[in-house]
Design a protein around this ligand. Structure first.
Ligand code: HEC
Ligand code: HEC
Length: 386
């Protein structure tokens, strides 16, 4: 038997390298290869949007350029910023009408825009969204958002531009937002040149090419060399003893019934009954009004606090407390009766530091943190984030 395959937990101490034959009846073992898999080193593109260095460079400019927003003050990077693991460190994001970066971001005096409805997910490894337990995925139909309402990075990337509180604001109507932004881009010589070089043709700046360039850049935001990846590829020293113990607990607690595959998500929605966030001012009913939300990837979660679809839990320890409280049949959201909670929520939760250590082993801090020095519009890089 492969030594990598089995971790034996003996009297609370991880004895690494024991085979299953050596196990005493009191030992708790987990088949590692059966339950876990590393992320691949390369990324698939949809057939109609192959990556090229020029396309990725163009997408990066667009990602950091607030010219895509109505007031020219919000960029994709305002909420998805490398300093915060390509998220914003807030429970609910502040787009239009805000200033500052990360947890320091706040509404400017006198503005009336509401917060954005949901917690900002990281874009690290978003290229792998939809990956199943066998490592298969289709970038052309990859699921996006907590309620799975978008498919593929190409189509998702136009949506923040038309959303009022994210980027559009009062300047454009929803129907005219994309065309107005495209007209702005056509008026900037550096964008005209780049789009023509990358996509060719006389009408190189279109909604389609804008989406394609942004998506191509997003597919380069990888964090696929976490300790768990190195461990699963054969480097036994890549994870600490506590992380290895946590790995066993993760399976024993049934966490991997939903957080599975190389991305630690089944990309399905589940009813967990997380309490509403009062800052929103209304209840978020999730997918199809059923209070179901997509299982988030647990990759890089050490960098993406606060947690859940509305940032209700401040820390990973808080998340474990949440699961522990819910398993006792406590109703946390007055709109979600306990009987409607997902049956896969197991009646066993260990509030263990080892489990948190294991979640840290899913984080790879060596990702691309580079920010362009300037963007073609000449506007502040990343929007009003100073
Ligand atoms: C105001 C903050 C904000 C801005 C600006 C913003 N986003 Fe997001 N982004 C979010 C939030 C919040 C979600 C989750 C929404 C949901 O699930 O309903 C999200 C989700 C996403 C997702 C889906 C990730 C996943 O795993 O489901 C992608 C991809 C994405 N954004 C890319 C972009 C791009 C590209 C831009 C710029 C064109 C952008 N975002 C601008 C806040 C923002
Ligand atoms: C029934 C499926 C299911 C099970 C079992 C499950 N989770 Fe989750 N997990 C989810 C869903 C769905 C969410 C998002 C809920 C929401 O936002 O309302 C989530 C959210 C999380 C988050 C927050 C991630 C983020 O970025 O916001 C963490 C951390 C987490 N789970 C860890 C665990 C651990 C540890 C276990 C085992 C004790 C576990 N989960 C068991 C489905 C599950």
């Amino acid at each position: 038997m492969n030594l990598l395959k089995t971790i034996a937990l003996l009297a609370g101490v991880a004895v690494y390298g024991l085979t299953i034959y050596a196990c005493q009846p009191t030992e708790l073992t987990v088949d590692i290869e059966q339950n876990f898999a590393a992320l691949p080193q390369t990324v698939l593109d949809p057939a109609d949007n192959p990556r090229t260095p020029g396309k990725v460079a163009l997408g990066k400019m667009l990602f950091y350029d607030p010219v895509l927003s109505g007031n020219k003050d919000v960029a994709c990077a305002t909420c998805h910023h490398p300093n915060f693991g390509y998220t914003d460190g807030l429970d609910l994001p502040i787009g239009v009408g805000g200033e500052g970066l990360g947890p320091n971001r706040h509404f400017s005096a006198g503005q009336t825009t509401p917060r954005t409805k949901r917690n900002t997910p990281t874009l690290l490894n978003v290229a792998f969204n939809g990956m199943n337990t066998r490592g298969q995925y289709d970038p052309a139909t990859a699921p996006m958002f907590f309620d799975l309402r978008a498919r593929s990075l190409e189509s998702q990337s136009l949506m923040p531009i038309t959303t009022f509180e994210e980027m559009r604001g009062h300047v454009f109507t929803e129907a005219s937002a994309i065309d107005s932004v495209l007209a702005r881009l056509r008026a900037i010589p550096a964008y005209r040149t780049s789009f023509t070089t990358v996509f060719g043709g006389s009408a190189a700046i279109s909604a389609q090419t804008l989406g394609k360039a942004l998506a191509a850049y997003e597919r380069t935001l990888l964090a696929n060399n976490a300790p768990i990846d190195r461990y699963l590829r054969g480097d036994r020293a890549a994870m600490t003893p506590a992380q290895k113990r946590g790995m066993v607990l993760f399976v024993q607690n049934g966490c991997n019934t939903c957080h599975n595959g190389p991305m630690f998500s089944d990309y399905k929605t589940h009813v967990l009954g997380v309490a509403d966030n009062d800052k929103l001012g209304y209840t978020d009913t999730g997918s199809n009004g059923a209070y179901a939300f997509r299982t988030p990837s647990l990759r890089n979660s050490a960098l993406t606090a606060p947690y859940m679809h509305n940032g209700k839990q401040q820390s990973l320890a808080d998340v474990l407390v949440f699961y522990d409280v819910v398993k006792d049949g406590t109703q946390l959201n007055s709109n979600v009766p306990v009987a409607r909670l997902d049956s896969l929520l197991r009646p066993r939760v260990t509030r263990s530091n080892d489990l948190i250590e294991f979640l840290h082993a899913l984080t790879d801090t060596t990702f691309d943190k580079s920010i362009p020095a300037s963007v073609p519009s000449g506007l502040p890089v990343g929007g009003t984030i100073q």
